[in-house]
Write a new protein. Structure first.
Length: 243
């Protein structure tokens, strides 16, 4: 669809535009306040104790859930989906999309919060993906402990799980999955401000609005963010056999 054939909103004068925007702003502010109320309820949830010694695999070998806090009081983890034995191009585009946006962690650290990825695949294979992408966040394999860490949840799906540390004890305080992980994503939030939104088929948009992003986090066979890494000459081999 070209710019010339693309449907667009009606053109009005500045006063009419501002009047419509002011009406929408009332709803936006109500939405913000409703979100504040939900966050307040989230802070009042009970919590469940988990085994602080649950094993992870990190850069120095076996470690524990407690160690993943890096001495901070809270821990946010992203459970990264993994396709064993597959090349980088076939790894999860949604998890890649979300975690590519986690470049600066100092703001979380300033509030005594650690962020880490718990990959659902083996460490040696998945850390090569971490390095191929040029990520800097802490990365662990939780592959052998998923039954313990994700008890009652679907293994093989992306999850965000929050933990609280009290000395040597660890408690799970919140978790979410599916569209709940969009809290990690600034790009969708920015797209939602634009007239054409995300261009995804499910969106409620006026007739004629472009909705051509069926593979919205993948293009030409790869997660979108991988292409700049390929163009920079990085190898996306995850077997460790690349020369």
């Amino acid at each position: 669809m070209t710019n010339e054939s693309m449907s667009m909103p009606p053109v009005v004068d500045r006063d009419a535009f501002q009047a419509e925007l002011d009406a929408l702003r009332v709803r936006e502010r109500a939405h913000t306040r409703a979100g504040d109320v939900i966050s307040a309820a989230r802070r009042r949830l009970p919590m469940v104790e988990v085994d602080a010694t649950t094993q992870l695999i990190g850069p120095d070998g076996p470690t524990t859930l407690l160690d993943a806090f890096e001495g901070r009081q809270q821990l946010i983890t992203y459970y990264f989906m993994w396709h064993p034995g597959q090349p980088a191009s076939q790894q999860c585009e949604g998890c890649t999309w979300n975690n590519t946006q986690m470049g600066e962690l100092s703001y979380l650290h300033s509030r005594d919060v650690t962020f880490a990825v718990f990959c659902q695949g083996p460490y040696d294979e998945s850390i090569r993906y971490h390095d191929f992408m040029g990520w800097t966040m802490p990365w662990y394999s939780a592959k052998d402990s998923l039954e313990t860490l994700l008890v009652g949840r679907t293994i093989g799906m992306m999850h965000i799980v929050c933990y609280l540390r009290d000395g040597d004890r660890v408690f799970e305080t919140y978790w979410t999955t599916n569209r709940g992980v969009e809290v990690q994503d600034i790009n969708y939030s920015m797209m939602d401000l634009t007239v054409y939104g995300r261009r995804e088929p499910w969106e409620d948009s006026p007739e004629g609005w472009p909705k051509n992003m069926v593979e919205h986090t993948r293009v030409n066979g790869r997660p979108i963010a991988q292409w700049s890494r390929i163009e920079a000459g990085r190898s996306d081999d995850l077997t460790g056999n690349a020369t």
